[in-house]
Design a protein around this ligand. Structure first.
Ligand SMILES: Cc1ncc(COP(=O)(O)O)c(C=O)c1O
Ligand SMILES: N[C@@H](CCCC[NH3+])C(=O)O
Length: 443
């Protein structure tokens, strides 16, 4: 069976986000009831959708011995991290801040991988002291720094080298990470020499290789090419007498959005088994979007309608500071009306835009939403990944609340610092004396 849509219950095919008597529901709750309690805009997540996505991936990958580490950057909310950690999921972090979040959420340090191209000495030290599973190192210079920091702490750093295999993930250029010239990873041809050098250092425990080709990958063939290249590299390293016990295959598996059916998880698992399944390596993947992307909505209210050159423009209260993906990657997040309207298909084509003073604050053109008017509530779909975690306070707007629905209940899982609170902090800094060199006395 093709498994493409992490939003159906196994038993009764009910969707997590669905219409009941014409009204949009999240699990067992009507979104209208939530919106009466929580001011818009807000993110709304389904706990069951996240648990379900984890179970689908884990059911497909654990029989072939693959561990899962959630890419925290996709959704760093502590409640979300705790939920996934309770499912047995490890964490893939890219900063000391994400490390603190993962540990606070209860993730064991032994299940944490540290990725990222620009780790600071302080971040590396914190990760080593916490005793995390592995640091994925991305350059020759970083190998040196990790070794120095480990020596200074009297510790041995467990590392993997991140490989750039020069494979095009066939996704948006801005989320492609493994083509030649990318800032990520170490060119595959440079790996054998660097691996041997690193393995000879007493401060380093070199455990293997990592790769991550890009994000929202729909066509699975780039994964096959990248993983096959990794298998050949593992074999070549072993032929030189080097040990390669671990292989981290990165994240990137895409989700279904709109009419696009999304990749098939069973096929993804088969590609892993066929390419790297027989190497005897401990395998890990680092999905972010697949675990949470379809589990979240961004709820917004229509503020104003105005006539545009190509039809009506609907101005909503959510903007690119809340959900930057349309502005950054031309991403289209389907819009779900709170009320299913009769004859909606014949309704006008609206361009939906946010309130931010940027022309790129534009969610795109939408059809079939019914007649919109001021006060209409809508939800942007597939906003659980890289939504709240990429939000900013641009235009001095508060960061919006995040709500988690679990069955019949919901709770606010992040009501973030308001602009008023930030103002108090910003205003509190004292002047310090500088250390400018003293001027020579004249004469
Ligand atoms: C190193 C690494 N691992 C994992 C991920 C997660 O990617 P995705 O959310 O597409 O699964 C990313 C982000 O692209 C990444 O840079
Ligand atoms: N932020 C991107 C994904 C890139 C993830 C980090 N490498 C998105 O929203 O699609």
């Amino acid at each position: 069976m093709a498994i493409t849509n992490p939003r159906k219950l196994k038993s009764n095919q009910q969707e997590w986000f669905h219409y009941r008597t014409g009204e949009l529901h999240v699990e067992n709750l009507c979104l209208n009831d939530i919106a009466r309690e929580v001011p818009t805009p807000f993110y709304c997540y389904s706990a069951e959708a996240m648990r379900w996505a984890y179970s689908i991936l884990s059911d497909a990958l654990s029989p072939i011995g693959v561990s899962i580490c959630f890419a925290v950057k996709a959704n760093s909310n502590i409640a979300v991290l705790r939920l996934l950690s309770e499912c047995g999921c490890g964490m893939d972090i890219v900063s000391a801040g994400e490390l603190e979040r993962a540990l606070t959420a209860g993730a064991p340090a032994s299940q944490i991988i540290f990725s990222g191209v620009g780790k600071t000495r302080a971040e590396i030290a914190r990760a080593l002291e916490a005793g995390i599973h592995q640091i994925n190192v991305e350059s020759a210079a970083e190998i040196e720094v990790v070794a120095e920091v480990a020596r200074s702490l009297g510790l041995r750093a467990t590392i993997a080298l991140r490989v750039n295999p020069d494979v095009d993930a066939k996704t948006h250029a801005k989320i492609t990470t493994a083509t030649r010239g990318s800032k990520f990873g170490i060119a595959i041809d440079d790996i054998p020499e660097l691996y041997a050098r690193a393995a000879a250092r007493p401060e380093l425990n070199v455990q293997g290789l990592a790769v991550h080709i890009g994000s929202q990958v729909q066509d699975l063939s780039p994964f096959r090419r990248a993983f096959a290249a990794m298998a050949a590299l593992v074999t070549a390293l072993r032929e030189k007498g080097l040990e390669v016990p671990r292989l981290d295959l990165g994240g990137g598996i895409g989700i279904a959005v709109g009419d696009n059916p999304g990749p098939d998880i069973a096929e993804y698992a088969a590609i892993i088994a066929e390419t790297v399944g027989n190497l005897g390596c401990h395998l890990t993947v680092e999905p972010g979007r697949w675990l949470v992307g379809r589990a979240g909505l961004l709820v917004t209210e229509l503020l104003y309608l105005k006539d545009g050159q190509d039809g009506p423009i609907a101005i909503v209260d959510a903007g690119m500071n809340d959900l930057v993906r349309p502005a950054l990657y031309d991403a289209k997040h389907p819009a779900l009306p709170f009320h299913q309207a009769k004859g909606a298909a014949a309704s006008p084509r609206y361009r939906i835009v946010g309130p931010i003073c940027e022309s790129s604050d534009d969610f795109g053109a939408y059809e079939g939403l019914g007649e919109l008017k001021a006060g209409t509530l809508l939800a942007f779909d597939c906003a659980g990944a890289y939504g709240a975690s990429m939000a900013s306070t641009y235009n001095s707007r508060d960061l919006v609340a995040e709500i988690l629905v679990d069955g019949d209940h919901f709770r606010t899982i992040r009501r973030r610092q308001s602009i008023r609170e930030m103002l108090e902090l910003e205003d509190a800094g004292d002047w310090q004396s500088g250390s400018a060199p003293a001027r020579k006395a004249a004469g």
